[in-house]
Design a protein around this ligand. Sequence first.
Ligand SMILES: [Zn+2]
Length: 336
Amino acid sequence: MIIDCHGHFTTVPKTLHEWRRRQLGNGGGFYGAPLHISDDELREALESGQLKEQRARGLDMTLFSPIAGQMGHHLGTLENSIEWSRLCNDLIHRVCSLYPENFAGVCQLPQSPGQSLDASAKELERCVLELGFVGCNLNPDPAGGYWTDKPLTDKAYYPLYEKMVELDVPAMIHVSSSCNPCFHHVGAHYLNGDTTAFMQLLLAPQLFKDFPTLRFIIPHGGGAVPYHWGRYRGLAQDMGLQPLHDGLLGNVFFDTCVYHQAGIDLLTKVIPHRNIVFGSEMIGAVKGIDPETGHHFDDTGRYIAATPHLCDCDRRQVLAGNALSLYPRLKARVPA
Ligand SMILES: [Zn+2]
């Protein structure tokens, strides 16, 4: 069994993008226009995209969420964000209902810069209890590259964390697009976001004392973190914090969206296998074929299969076992 913890509906019919443009042009309040996308259009978008690749790569299930770059928390108002998130999450729910064996839902949260996380907690509850979702994506920078909000460890996030713990679902920490021209979104902003979030969590161990079962997945292989693991271990030591293996790694996990063999080799050498969960972000940031290997850059299963740092048992944990532990609600969705 192979579970891909990181997939977005990047092939969604363009009608959705048009709806969003009209919503934002309509002002800050409730827009209310219906979205017209048929089941056939959804099937077509998936059969020629994610499902085709899922089958070709031998993946069993993908944890599927709305397009991260289109969450656009920095655009419009909180009301816009609530309506947009509900619409996008409902669409993911339709996908999961059409293909219950292939996709499980992960929701977008209606964040908005400087605003309370109450709406996010409420939408998470709706998605988990009413739509059967298994997790959420949490944006550490709703300002879209300007980082004007508080760190993830601030008490402002606690209403969301209380709900995550109550529902026993994890969050993947995932930025959206960047409106700061200094940061290319997938080339810089994403990896900055991953690295920054990890450091925030390292600096404030009180968070996991307050919420011992809170779980975060840091995507894209953890940004710069595994490569600079010595720096983070050293910083923790200098600051008198618990060693990372005894502290942070009880609550923080990394996916495998790293697009070359050497990167996965490093990740699997440095980070304990129980903290690594398979992900590809297919179809996403990098769509092409690597001329050095002849395979898609994002076909990360090949790197997991080839790394010398995982025995067969550990490899199974990375490919599926860890996802089932991290996302307990997934167990009801996959064959035992
Ligand atoms: Zn992503």
